[in-house]
Ligand binder design. Structure first.
Ligand code: FSO
Ligand code: SF4
Length: 547
Protein backbone atom coordinates (compact mmCIF):
# COMPACT_ATOMS: atom_id res chain seq x y z
CA UNK A 1 0.00 0.00 0.00
CA UNK A 2 1.18 3.49 -0.82
CA UNK A 3 2.15 5.48 2.26
CA UNK A 4 3.17 8.63 0.41
CA UNK A 5 3.61 9.92 -3.06
CA UNK A 6 6.47 12.12 -4.20
CA UNK A 7 8.03 12.29 -7.65
CA UNK A 8 9.58 15.73 -7.60
CA UNK A 9 13.22 14.80 -8.07
CA UNK A 10 15.30 12.86 -10.55
CA UNK A 11 16.12 10.08 -8.10
CA UNK A 12 12.51 9.17 -7.43
CA UNK A 13 11.95 5.44 -6.83
CA UNK A 14 11.86 3.33 -10.00
CA UNK A 15 11.70 6.52 -12.01
CA UNK A 16 8.01 6.83 -11.20
CA UNK A 17 7.51 7.95 -7.58
CA UNK A 18 8.50 7.30 -3.98
CA UNK A 19 5.56 5.55 -2.30
CA UNK A 20 6.98 4.00 0.87
CA UNK A 21 9.85 6.30 1.81
CA UNK A 22 11.97 8.71 -0.17
CA UNK A 23 15.12 7.59 -1.90
CA UNK A 24 16.42 10.87 -0.45
CA UNK A 25 15.74 9.56 3.06
CA UNK A 26 12.43 11.36 3.62
CA UNK A 27 10.02 9.32 5.76
CA UNK A 28 6.42 8.82 4.63
CA UNK A 29 5.13 10.77 7.64
CA UNK A 30 7.45 13.67 6.79
CA UNK A 31 6.27 13.57 3.18
CA UNK A 32 2.65 13.79 4.41
CA UNK A 33 3.56 16.74 6.60
CA UNK A 34 5.16 18.48 3.62
CA UNK A 35 2.03 17.86 1.53
CA UNK A 36 0.04 19.44 4.35
CA UNK A 37 2.41 22.40 4.45
CA UNK A 38 1.93 22.92 0.72
CA UNK A 39 -1.84 22.60 1.13
CA UNK A 40 -1.92 25.23 3.87
CA UNK A 41 0.43 27.43 1.84
CA UNK A 42 -1.85 27.22 -1.19
CA UNK A 43 -4.63 28.40 1.13
CA UNK A 44 -2.54 31.44 2.13
CA UNK A 45 -1.86 32.13 -1.54
CA UNK A 46 -5.55 32.00 -2.47
CA UNK A 47 -6.56 34.53 0.20
CA UNK A 48 -3.54 36.78 -0.37
CA UNK A 49 -4.29 36.85 -4.10
CA UNK A 50 -7.94 37.72 -3.48
CA UNK A 51 -6.85 40.58 -1.22
CA UNK A 52 -4.47 41.90 -3.88
CA UNK A 53 -7.17 41.72 -6.52
CA UNK A 54 -9.16 44.09 -4.33
CA UNK A 55 -6.19 46.41 -3.91
CA UNK A 56 -5.68 45.37 -0.31
CA UNK A 57 -2.19 45.23 1.18
CA UNK A 58 -0.73 41.83 1.96
CA UNK A 59 1.80 41.89 4.80
CA UNK A 60 5.38 41.32 3.59
CA UNK A 61 5.84 38.42 6.01
CA UNK A 62 3.39 36.45 3.87
CA UNK A 63 5.87 36.32 0.98
CA UNK A 64 8.64 35.34 3.34
CA UNK A 65 6.52 32.58 4.84
CA UNK A 66 5.35 31.23 1.46
CA UNK A 67 8.90 31.17 0.09
CA UNK A 68 10.20 29.43 3.19
CA UNK A 69 7.40 26.85 3.03
CA UNK A 70 8.15 26.12 -0.62
CA UNK A 71 11.89 25.96 0.06
CA UNK A 72 11.35 23.67 3.05
CA UNK A 73 9.69 21.11 0.78
CA UNK A 74 12.45 21.13 -1.84
CA UNK A 75 14.30 17.85 -2.18
CA UNK A 76 16.92 17.25 0.50
CA UNK A 77 16.37 20.52 2.34
CA UNK A 78 14.47 19.65 5.50
CA UNK A 79 13.88 16.28 7.13
CA UNK A 80 12.69 17.57 10.51
CA UNK A 81 9.05 16.58 10.85
CA UNK A 82 8.49 18.49 14.11
CA UNK A 83 9.73 21.68 12.51
CA UNK A 84 7.52 21.11 9.48
CA UNK A 85 4.50 20.42 11.74
CA UNK A 86 5.08 23.77 13.45
CA UNK A 87 5.25 25.44 10.06
CA UNK A 88 1.92 23.80 9.12
CA UNK A 89 0.29 25.21 12.25
CA UNK A 90 1.75 28.63 11.54
CA UNK A 91 0.52 28.40 7.95
CA UNK A 92 -3.06 27.70 9.01
CA UNK A 93 -2.87 30.60 11.46
CA UNK A 94 -1.59 32.93 8.75
CA UNK A 95 -4.29 31.75 6.33
CA UNK A 96 -7.01 32.30 8.94
CA UNK A 97 -5.74 35.79 9.81
CA UNK A 98 -5.82 36.72 6.13
CA UNK A 99 -9.34 35.29 5.87
CA UNK A 100 -10.47 37.49 8.75
CA UNK A 101 -9.02 40.50 6.93
CA UNK A 102 -10.85 39.49 3.75
CA UNK A 103 -14.19 38.86 5.46
CA UNK A 104 -13.94 42.09 7.44
CA UNK A 105 -13.44 43.98 4.18
CA UNK A 106 -16.30 42.01 2.55
CA UNK A 107 -13.95 40.47 0.06
CA UNK A 108 -15.05 37.14 -1.32
CA UNK A 109 -12.51 34.35 -1.40
CA UNK A 110 -12.91 31.48 -3.87
CA UNK A 111 -13.88 28.29 -2.12
CA UNK A 112 -13.36 24.81 -3.39
CA UNK A 113 -13.17 21.55 -1.49
CA UNK A 114 -9.44 21.70 -1.44
CA UNK A 115 -9.23 24.97 0.41
CA UNK A 116 -10.94 23.59 3.53
CA UNK A 117 -11.49 27.14 4.73
CA UNK A 118 -13.13 26.73 8.03
CA UNK A 119 -11.11 23.98 9.45
CA UNK A 120 -8.05 21.92 9.30
CA UNK A 121 -7.69 18.27 8.53
CA UNK A 122 -8.27 16.46 11.83
CA UNK A 123 -4.86 15.00 11.82
CA UNK A 124 -2.12 16.31 9.64
CA UNK A 125 -1.23 12.70 8.94
CA UNK A 126 -4.58 11.08 8.29
CA UNK A 127 -5.18 11.99 4.68
CA UNK A 128 -1.66 11.85 3.41
CA UNK A 129 -2.37 10.91 -0.18
CA UNK A 130 -5.32 13.30 -0.44
CA UNK A 131 -2.88 16.20 -0.40
CA UNK A 132 -0.10 14.66 -2.44
CA UNK A 133 0.33 15.39 -6.16
CA UNK A 134 -2.01 12.45 -6.77
CA UNK A 135 -4.93 14.60 -5.61
CA UNK A 136 -5.09 15.74 -9.24
CA UNK A 137 -6.62 12.86 -11.16
CA UNK A 138 -5.90 13.80 -14.77
CA UNK A 139 -2.26 12.93 -15.57
CA UNK A 140 -1.65 15.87 -17.90
CA UNK A 141 -3.22 18.43 -15.57
CA UNK A 142 -1.27 16.89 -12.68
CA UNK A 143 1.90 17.06 -14.70
CA UNK A 144 1.48 20.74 -15.51
CA UNK A 145 0.39 21.71 -12.01
CA UNK A 146 3.38 19.95 -10.49
CA UNK A 147 5.73 21.43 -13.09
CA UNK A 148 4.50 24.87 -12.05
CA UNK A 149 4.73 24.03 -8.34
CA UNK A 150 8.30 22.76 -8.66
CA UNK A 151 9.30 25.79 -10.71
CA UNK A 152 7.84 27.98 -7.96
CA UNK A 153 9.82 26.05 -5.33
CA UNK A 154 13.04 26.76 -7.20
CA UNK A 155 12.09 30.39 -7.61
CA UNK A 156 11.23 30.68 -3.91
CA UNK A 157 14.66 29.33 -3.01
CA UNK A 158 16.36 32.01 -5.12
CA UNK A 159 14.14 34.71 -3.65
CA UNK A 160 14.99 33.58 -0.13
CA UNK A 161 18.72 33.96 -0.83
CA UNK A 162 18.11 37.40 -2.33
CA UNK A 163 15.93 38.39 0.64
CA UNK A 164 18.70 37.35 3.04
CA UNK A 165 20.79 40.03 1.33
CA UNK A 166 18.05 42.63 1.59
CA UNK A 167 16.69 42.29 -1.96
CA UNK A 168 13.09 41.45 -2.74
CA UNK A 169 10.55 42.08 -5.46
CA UNK A 170 6.88 42.45 -4.58
CA UNK A 171 5.78 41.58 -8.11
CA UNK A 172 7.59 38.24 -7.97
CA UNK A 173 6.13 37.52 -4.54
CA UNK A 174 2.65 38.30 -5.84
CA UNK A 175 3.24 36.09 -8.89
CA UNK A 176 4.23 33.07 -6.78
CA UNK A 177 1.09 33.44 -4.71
CA UNK A 178 -1.15 34.07 -7.73
CA UNK A 179 0.23 31.02 -9.55
CA UNK A 180 -0.32 28.84 -6.46
CA UNK A 181 -3.81 30.26 -6.16
CA UNK A 182 -4.64 29.67 -9.82
CA UNK A 183 -3.64 26.02 -9.75
CA UNK A 184 -5.70 25.60 -6.58
CA UNK A 185 -9.00 27.28 -7.30
CA UNK A 186 -9.25 27.84 -11.04
CA UNK A 187 -10.48 25.30 -13.53
CA UNK A 188 -7.64 25.87 -15.97
CA UNK A 189 -7.64 24.31 -19.41
CA UNK A 190 -4.48 22.65 -20.63
CA UNK A 191 -3.45 25.61 -22.77
CA UNK A 192 -3.92 27.96 -19.81
CA UNK A 193 -1.73 25.74 -17.66
CA UNK A 194 0.91 25.64 -20.40
CA UNK A 195 0.80 29.45 -20.50
CA UNK A 196 1.27 29.51 -16.72
CA UNK A 197 4.30 27.21 -17.07
CA UNK A 198 5.89 29.73 -19.45
CA UNK A 199 4.94 32.64 -17.24
CA UNK A 200 6.62 30.83 -14.34
CA UNK A 201 9.75 30.52 -16.48
CA UNK A 202 9.69 34.24 -17.35
CA UNK A 203 9.48 35.15 -13.69
CA UNK A 204 12.19 32.57 -13.02
CA UNK A 205 14.52 34.66 -15.19
CA UNK A 206 13.61 37.72 -13.11
CA UNK A 207 14.22 35.83 -9.87
CA UNK A 208 17.66 34.76 -11.05
CA UNK A 209 18.38 38.32 -12.17
CA UNK A 210 17.37 39.59 -8.73
CA UNK A 211 19.65 37.12 -6.98
CA UNK A 212 22.47 37.99 -9.39
CA UNK A 213 21.99 41.64 -8.49
CA UNK A 214 21.85 40.87 -4.76
CA UNK A 215 25.04 38.79 -4.92
CA UNK A 216 27.05 41.15 -7.11
CA UNK A 217 25.94 44.37 -5.40
CA UNK A 218 26.78 42.86 -2.03
CA UNK A 219 29.93 40.88 -2.76
CA UNK A 220 31.25 42.39 -6.00
CA UNK A 221 31.36 40.96 -9.50
CA UNK A 222 32.73 37.42 -9.60
CA UNK A 223 36.33 37.27 -10.74
CA UNK A 224 38.20 34.48 -12.46
CA UNK A 225 39.77 32.73 -9.48
CA UNK A 226 41.95 29.72 -8.75
CA UNK A 227 40.41 27.91 -5.81
CA UNK A 228 42.57 25.81 -3.50
CA UNK A 229 41.46 22.17 -3.14
CA UNK A 230 43.92 21.29 -0.40
CA UNK A 231 43.74 21.78 3.35
CA UNK A 232 45.55 23.80 5.98
CA UNK A 233 46.79 22.79 9.39
CA UNK A 234 44.14 24.52 11.51
CA UNK A 235 40.71 23.17 12.46
CA UNK A 236 38.01 24.03 9.96
CA UNK A 237 34.31 24.70 9.51
CA UNK A 238 32.72 23.41 6.33
CA UNK A 239 29.90 25.43 4.77
CA UNK A 240 27.57 23.73 2.32
CA UNK A 241 24.33 24.70 0.56
CA UNK A 242 23.98 27.97 -1.32
CA UNK A 243 23.61 30.94 1.02
CA UNK A 244 26.38 33.54 0.71
CA UNK A 245 25.11 35.73 3.53
CA UNK A 246 25.58 32.89 6.02
CA UNK A 247 29.12 32.38 4.79
CA UNK A 248 29.85 36.07 5.15
CA UNK A 249 28.55 36.15 8.75
CA UNK A 250 30.61 33.09 9.59
CA UNK A 251 33.74 34.59 8.03
CA UNK A 252 33.22 37.75 10.05
CA UNK A 253 32.76 35.83 13.30
CA UNK A 254 35.78 33.57 12.78
CA UNK A 255 38.36 36.28 12.12
CA UNK A 256 41.38 35.70 14.37
CA UNK A 257 39.76 32.68 16.01
CA UNK A 258 42.31 30.12 14.80
CA UNK A 259 39.74 28.41 12.63
CA UNK A 260 39.62 28.08 8.82
CA UNK A 261 36.53 28.12 6.65
CA UNK A 262 36.04 25.74 3.73
CA UNK A 263 33.28 25.54 1.16
CA UNK A 264 31.61 22.37 -0.04
CA UNK A 265 29.50 21.57 -3.11
CA UNK A 266 27.51 24.55 -4.34
CA UNK A 267 29.34 26.97 -2.01
CA UNK A 268 32.46 26.71 -4.20
CA UNK A 269 31.50 29.85 -6.21
CA UNK A 270 31.75 31.94 -3.02
CA UNK A 271 35.49 32.05 -3.74
CA UNK A 272 34.85 34.02 -6.92
CA UNK A 273 33.39 37.07 -5.11
CA UNK A 274 35.92 39.80 -4.26
CA UNK A 275 34.27 40.69 -0.97
CA UNK A 276 34.32 37.09 0.25
CA UNK A 277 37.72 36.00 -1.05
CA UNK A 278 39.42 38.85 0.77
CA UNK A 279 39.12 36.82 4.00
CA UNK A 280 42.43 34.95 4.32
CA UNK A 281 40.85 32.21 6.41
CA UNK A 282 38.49 31.23 3.56
CA UNK A 283 41.09 28.68 2.56
CA UNK A 284 39.52 26.48 -0.08
CA UNK A 285 36.89 24.11 -1.36
CA UNK A 286 36.69 20.67 0.21
CA UNK A 287 35.47 17.68 -1.77
CA UNK A 288 32.92 17.44 -4.53
CA UNK A 289 29.19 17.46 -5.10
CA UNK A 290 26.49 17.06 -2.44
CA UNK A 291 26.01 13.32 -2.75
CA UNK A 292 29.56 12.58 -1.63
CA UNK A 293 29.02 14.19 1.74
CA UNK A 294 28.88 11.07 3.91
CA UNK A 295 32.40 10.13 2.95
CA UNK A 296 33.79 13.65 2.74
CA UNK A 297 32.21 15.01 5.91
CA UNK A 298 33.63 12.07 7.87
CA UNK A 299 37.10 13.08 6.72
CA UNK A 300 36.57 16.75 7.46
CA UNK A 301 36.64 16.34 11.27
CA UNK A 302 35.17 19.77 11.98
CA UNK A 303 31.57 21.06 12.16
CA UNK A 304 29.43 21.47 9.05
CA UNK A 305 26.92 24.24 8.41
CA UNK A 306 24.08 23.36 6.01
CA UNK A 307 22.74 26.63 4.66
CA UNK A 308 20.26 24.86 2.33
CA UNK A 309 19.91 21.60 0.47
CA UNK A 310 21.34 19.21 -0.54
CA UNK A 311 21.45 17.42 2.82
CA UNK A 312 22.07 13.68 2.82
CA UNK A 313 20.85 12.05 6.06
CA UNK A 314 23.91 10.75 7.94
CA UNK A 315 24.03 7.05 8.77
CA UNK A 316 23.69 6.12 12.44
CA UNK A 317 27.00 6.57 14.18
CA UNK A 318 28.45 8.82 11.46
CA UNK A 319 31.38 10.68 13.04
CA UNK A 320 30.06 14.06 11.88
CA UNK A 321 26.45 13.47 13.04
CA UNK A 322 26.89 15.60 16.18
CA UNK A 323 28.71 18.27 14.23
CA UNK A 324 25.90 19.09 11.79
CA UNK A 325 24.26 22.51 12.07
CA UNK A 326 21.42 23.81 9.90
CA UNK A 327 20.06 27.26 9.16
CA UNK A 328 17.44 28.92 6.88
CA UNK A 329 14.95 26.38 5.49
CA UNK A 330 17.28 23.44 6.04
CA UNK A 331 16.69 21.05 8.92
CA UNK A 332 17.42 17.58 10.21
CA UNK A 333 16.08 15.94 13.39
CA UNK A 334 18.45 16.41 16.29
CA UNK A 335 20.65 18.89 14.44
CA UNK A 336 21.22 22.25 15.99
CA UNK A 337 19.44 24.92 13.99
CA UNK A 338 20.84 28.45 13.98
CA UNK A 339 18.04 30.95 13.47
CA UNK A 340 18.41 34.60 12.55
CA UNK A 341 17.46 37.34 14.98
CA UNK A 342 15.05 40.11 13.98
CA UNK A 343 17.83 41.86 12.03
CA UNK A 344 18.87 38.75 10.13
CA UNK A 345 21.98 38.29 12.28
CA UNK A 346 23.03 34.78 13.27
CA UNK A 347 25.20 33.80 16.18
CA UNK A 348 27.52 31.06 14.97
CA UNK A 349 29.51 30.84 18.22
CA UNK A 350 28.39 27.23 19.01
CA UNK A 351 29.89 26.12 15.68
CA UNK A 352 33.06 28.11 16.22
CA UNK A 353 33.57 26.79 19.75
CA UNK A 354 33.08 23.23 18.50
CA UNK A 355 35.51 23.76 15.63
CA UNK A 356 38.27 24.82 18.01
CA UNK A 357 38.13 21.38 19.64
CA UNK A 358 38.35 19.47 16.35
CA UNK A 359 41.23 18.04 14.33
CA UNK A 360 42.16 19.78 11.08
CA UNK A 361 40.55 18.28 7.97
CA UNK A 362 42.12 15.25 6.31
CA UNK A 363 43.46 16.04 2.86
CA UNK A 364 41.27 14.71 0.05
CA UNK A 365 43.14 16.21 -2.88
CA UNK A 366 45.60 18.94 -3.81
CA UNK A 367 45.83 21.59 -6.46
CA UNK A 368 43.38 24.19 -7.67
CA UNK A 369 40.42 24.64 -9.98
CA UNK A 370 39.48 27.75 -11.89
CA UNK A 371 36.05 29.36 -11.94
CA UNK A 372 34.32 32.72 -11.83
CA UNK A 373 33.18 33.04 -15.43
CA UNK A 374 29.98 34.86 -14.63
CA UNK A 375 28.51 37.21 -17.24
CA UNK A 376 30.75 40.16 -16.43
CA UNK A 377 33.96 38.16 -16.91
CA UNK A 378 32.62 36.51 -20.04
CA UNK A 379 31.73 39.94 -21.44
CA UNK A 380 35.35 40.95 -20.88
CA UNK A 381 36.42 37.89 -22.86
CA UNK A 382 33.98 38.57 -25.67
CA UNK A 383 36.58 39.92 -28.14
CA UNK A 384 38.79 36.92 -27.52
CA UNK A 385 35.83 34.56 -27.87
CA UNK A 386 34.62 36.24 -31.08
CA UNK A 387 38.13 36.01 -32.53
CA UNK A 388 38.42 32.30 -31.66
CA UNK A 389 35.00 31.63 -33.21
CA UNK A 390 35.91 33.53 -36.39
CA UNK A 391 39.14 31.59 -36.74
CA UNK A 392 37.20 28.35 -36.30
CA UNK A 393 39.10 27.52 -33.10
CA UNK A 394 35.85 27.48 -31.12
CA UNK A 395 33.07 25.72 -33.00
CA UNK A 396 30.43 25.09 -30.35
CA UNK A 397 29.43 26.08 -26.83
CA UNK A 398 27.77 23.34 -24.84
CA UNK A 399 25.72 24.46 -21.84
CA UNK A 400 26.05 21.64 -19.31
CA UNK A 401 24.67 23.45 -16.27
CA UNK A 402 22.48 21.84 -13.61
CA UNK A 403 22.82 19.30 -10.85
CA UNK A 404 24.87 16.30 -9.95
CA UNK A 405 23.44 13.21 -8.28
CA UNK A 406 24.20 9.73 -7.07
CA UNK A 407 23.13 7.65 -10.03
CA UNK A 408 25.84 5.77 -11.91
CA UNK A 409 24.19 6.87 -15.12
CA UNK A 410 25.56 10.36 -14.42
CA UNK A 411 28.98 9.11 -15.48
CA UNK A 412 27.50 9.96 -18.86
CA UNK A 413 28.33 13.61 -18.18
CA UNK A 414 31.97 12.89 -17.41
CA UNK A 415 32.28 10.83 -20.57
CA UNK A 416 30.37 13.39 -22.63
CA UNK A 417 32.63 16.22 -21.44
CA UNK A 418 35.73 14.13 -22.00
CA UNK A 419 34.75 13.06 -25.52
CA UNK A 420 33.54 16.45 -26.69
CA UNK A 421 35.58 17.63 -29.67
CA UNK A 422 38.47 19.83 -28.58
CA UNK A 423 36.96 22.87 -30.31
CA UNK A 424 33.96 22.92 -27.97
CA UNK A 425 33.65 25.00 -24.79
CA UNK A 426 31.56 23.80 -21.86
CA UNK A 427 29.49 26.49 -20.12
CA UNK A 428 28.52 25.26 -16.67
CA UNK A 429 26.88 26.32 -13.41
CA UNK A 430 25.47 24.37 -10.47
CA UNK A 431 26.82 21.19 -8.95
CA UNK A 432 26.69 19.39 -12.34
CA UNK A 433 30.22 20.72 -12.89
CA UNK A 434 31.75 18.26 -10.44
CA UNK A 435 31.35 15.55 -13.08
CA UNK A 436 34.02 17.19 -15.27
CA UNK A 437 35.60 20.25 -13.61
CA UNK A 438 38.71 18.37 -12.53
CA UNK A 439 39.37 16.64 -15.86
CA UNK A 440 41.91 19.20 -17.11
CA UNK A 441 40.20 19.62 -20.46
CA UNK A 442 42.62 22.34 -21.57
CA UNK A 443 42.11 25.71 -23.23
CA UNK A 444 41.31 27.22 -26.60
CA UNK A 445 43.37 30.34 -27.35
CA UNK A 446 43.76 30.95 -23.63
CA UNK A 447 40.07 30.37 -22.84
CA UNK A 448 39.51 27.38 -20.53
CA UNK A 449 37.30 24.69 -22.07
CA UNK A 450 35.19 24.51 -18.90
CA UNK A 451 33.79 27.89 -17.90
CA UNK A 452 32.09 27.79 -14.51
CA UNK A 453 29.71 30.71 -13.92
CA UNK A 454 28.87 29.68 -10.34
CA UNK A 455 25.83 28.24 -8.57
CA UNK A 456 22.78 26.79 -10.32
CA UNK A 457 21.08 30.22 -10.27
CA UNK A 458 24.11 31.61 -12.09
CA UNK A 459 22.84 29.77 -15.17
CA UNK A 460 21.45 33.27 -15.60
CA UNK A 461 24.95 34.24 -16.75
CA UNK A 462 24.64 31.81 -19.68
CA UNK A 463 21.32 33.40 -20.61
CA UNK A 464 23.00 36.81 -20.73
CA UNK A 465 25.94 35.34 -22.62
CA UNK A 466 23.60 33.78 -25.21
CA UNK A 467 21.95 37.16 -25.77
CA UNK A 468 25.32 38.91 -25.97
CA UNK A 469 26.52 36.38 -28.56
CA UNK A 470 23.30 36.84 -30.51
CA UNK A 471 24.12 40.54 -30.79
CA UNK A 472 27.80 39.90 -31.46
CA UNK A 473 27.10 37.48 -34.30
CA UNK A 474 24.10 39.49 -35.48
CA UNK A 475 21.62 36.63 -35.59
CA UNK A 476 17.93 37.15 -34.97
CA UNK A 477 17.31 34.10 -32.84
CA UNK A 478 19.38 32.58 -30.02
CA UNK A 479 18.65 29.17 -31.54
CA UNK A 480 20.79 30.11 -34.55
CA UNK A 481 23.87 30.43 -32.34
CA UNK A 482 26.44 27.65 -32.06
CA UNK A 483 25.18 26.89 -28.54
CA UNK A 484 23.64 23.56 -27.55
CA UNK A 485 22.12 22.55 -24.23
CA UNK A 486 22.72 19.29 -22.41
CA UNK A 487 21.37 19.94 -18.92
CA UNK A 488 21.58 17.63 -15.91
CA UNK A 489 18.83 17.95 -13.35
CA UNK A 490 18.16 16.64 -9.85
CA UNK A 491 15.84 18.87 -7.89
CA UNK A 492 13.45 21.78 -8.24
CA UNK A 493 15.93 24.61 -8.66
CA UNK A 494 16.94 22.92 -11.89
CA UNK A 495 13.25 22.94 -12.83
CA UNK A 496 13.04 26.74 -12.65
CA UNK A 497 16.31 27.02 -14.61
CA UNK A 498 14.82 24.79 -17.30
CA UNK A 499 11.54 26.72 -17.38
CA UNK A 500 13.52 29.97 -17.60
CA UNK A 501 15.41 28.69 -20.65
CA UNK A 502 12.20 27.48 -22.29
CA UNK A 503 10.46 30.80 -21.64
CA UNK A 504 13.31 32.56 -23.47
CA UNK A 505 12.55 30.52 -26.56
CA UNK A 506 15.57 28.23 -26.30
CA UNK A 507 14.85 25.01 -28.16
CA UNK A 508 16.25 21.49 -28.45
CA UNK A 509 17.38 21.25 -24.83
CA UNK A 510 18.50 17.79 -23.77
CA UNK A 511 17.73 16.84 -20.18
CA UNK A 512 19.11 13.93 -18.20
CA UNK A 513 19.99 11.54 -16.86
CA UNK A 514 16.23 10.83 -17.07
CA UNK A 515 13.24 12.96 -17.94
CA UNK A 516 11.22 14.08 -14.90
CA UNK A 517 8.76 11.45 -13.67
CA UNK A 518 6.22 14.21 -13.19
CA UNK A 519 6.14 14.88 -16.93
CA UNK A 520 3.40 12.58 -18.24
CA UNK A 521 4.15 10.60 -21.41
CA UNK A 522 1.71 12.74 -23.42
CA UNK A 523 3.23 15.97 -22.13
CA UNK A 524 6.70 14.63 -22.96
CA UNK A 525 5.60 14.05 -26.56
CA UNK A 526 4.18 17.57 -26.73
CA UNK A 527 7.39 19.12 -25.33
CA UNK A 528 9.47 17.21 -27.84
CA UNK A 529 7.29 18.19 -30.78
CA UNK A 530 6.90 21.85 -29.91
CA UNK A 531 10.21 22.67 -28.24
CA UNK A 532 12.56 19.85 -29.17
CA UNK A 533 13.00 19.04 -25.46
CA UNK A 534 14.15 15.47 -25.04
CA UNK A 535 16.09 13.11 -22.84
CA UNK A 536 19.68 12.01 -23.30
CA UNK A 537 20.60 8.68 -24.88
CA UNK A 538 24.18 7.40 -24.99
CA UNK A 539 27.25 9.58 -25.20
CA UNK A 540 28.42 8.52 -28.65
CA UNK A 541 25.01 9.25 -30.14
CA UNK A 542 24.47 12.47 -28.21
CA UNK A 543 27.81 13.86 -29.29
CA UNK A 544 26.01 14.64 -32.56
CA UNK A 545 24.71 17.62 -30.59
CA UNK A 546 28.17 19.11 -30.91
CA UNK A 547 28.67 18.04 -34.52
FE1 FSO B 1 23.10 21.13 -6.62
FE2 FSO B 1 21.56 20.43 -4.53
FE3 FSO B 1 22.43 24.01 -6.72
FE4 FSO B 1 20.40 21.92 -6.36
S1 FSO B 1 23.64 21.14 -4.44
S2 FSO B 1 21.35 19.95 -6.58
S3 FSO B 1 19.73 22.27 -8.44
O1 FSO B 1 20.49 21.90 -4.46
O2 FSO B 1 20.63 23.80 -6.23
O3 FSO B 1 23.03 22.63 -7.92
FE1 SF4 C 1 11.57 10.60 -3.63
FE2 SF4 C 1 12.87 12.69 -4.61
FE3 SF4 C 1 10.57 13.02 -3.35
FE4 SF4 C 1 12.77 12.34 -2.00
S1 SF4 C 1 12.37 14.26 -3.09
S2 SF4 C 1 10.74 11.49 -1.73
S3 SF4 C 1 13.76 10.98 -3.50
S4 SF4 C 1 10.88 11.96 -5.28
Amino acid sequence: MEKMFCFQCQETAKGTGCTKAGVCGKQASTAAMMDMLLFATRGIAVVATSLRQHNMQVPTEVAHFVDDALFTTITNANFDEDVIRRKVTAAFEMRDQLLVTAFTAHIGVPAVDETCWFGRPESYQSKALDYSPMRTVDPEIRSLKELITYGLKGMAAYLEHARNLGYSDGALDAFIQRALSDITVKMLYLDELVALVFETGQHGVEAMALLDKANTFTYGRPEVTEVNLGVGTRPGILVTGHDLRDLEMLLEQTQDKGVDIYTHGEMLPAHYYPFLKKYPHLVGNYGGAWWKQREEFSAFHGPILFTTNCLVPPVDGAPYREKMFTTNSAGFPGCRHIAADGDGWKDFSPIIEMAKQCQPPAELERGTIVGGFAHDQVAKLSDKIAEAVKKGHIRKFVVMAGCDGRMHSREYYTEFAYKLPKDCIILTAGCAKYRYNKLHLGEIDGIPRVLDAGQCNDSYSWVLTAFALRDLFKVADVNELPIVYNIAWYEQKAVIVLLALLSLGIKNIHVGPTLPAFISPKLAILLKRKLGLEGITVVDDDLRLAA
